[in-house]
Design a protein around this ligand. Sequence first.
Ligand SMILES: [Zn+2]
Length: 305
Amino acid sequence: MRSRILLFLFACITTSYLKAGDSIPDVSAEELSAHVSFLASDKLKGRAAGTQENIIAAGYIAAQFALYHLQPLPSGNYYDTIPQFSGDLYPSCNVIGVLPGKSRPEEHLLISAHFDHVPEKNGQVYNGANDNASGVAAMLALLRCFAEQGGAERTIVFCAFNMEERGLVGSTHFADVSYAEKRVAVINLEMLGIPQKRKAQFFMTGTRFSDLAALLRKGLAGTGVSLAKEKGDLFMRSDNYPFYLQGTPAHTLMAATDFSRCYHRPCDDIGNLDLKNMALIVNAIFKAFRPLAAGTETPVLTKKN
Ligand SMILES: [Zn+2]
């Protein structure tokens, strides 16, 4: 009898634990708005690499990493310094935080987004709300979701890359210093705030290079969000690419392409973003990537470089 009671208690505890672990933390438009409002505010002047405002943006991201107790780099902080460009007032850093895997810590999943944008031109500030405060906001929301679930089975490395706009400089640097042999996949997030044609969809760049699209499509079932046909040829244009060159399945998820009306123009402001739609997409991405985070799915390259 006693053992039955114990068994019953154990079952209750296990069930409630599983329930807590299985529930999907909901990403809201408000949460995304808070991140984008800060990063794409006029005060941050477009967060161009080599400026003081770029460092403030890096500090904001690092504070979020600290809030969720991400592990720092071996240097003891979240800043991965990139060799300074001549003419820059300040050195630039990627911001990197690690959520250690529970049972497969040696297998790294990278979730990334670049946080730099472009400098002022003719006295006009380019806020880069969609490119790419939106991607950073999505990454931070995913970080919260995974952290609140107590982490994943695989290690997740959250990477806010710098100097993307100067030619993928930050990601190229980090691809060299992070552990290529541990990387399972790289998921890069770009321009998720403006729906291209239809709402509730996004697309993946470089579909033909790995089987990740198939895994994604499976994971999106029941979310109300679908994977659209790839648009443009953007696979080599964002921070996923340096990782692909080293043999890791690495792709960018986007809603809008560079054909968007405000792409690299001063009108790329938060007012033009559809944050409700973006929240729907981020929640769906979280659900779709849970099998990857859990280690039950592993993407493989289909086209080797
Ligand atoms: Zn971008």
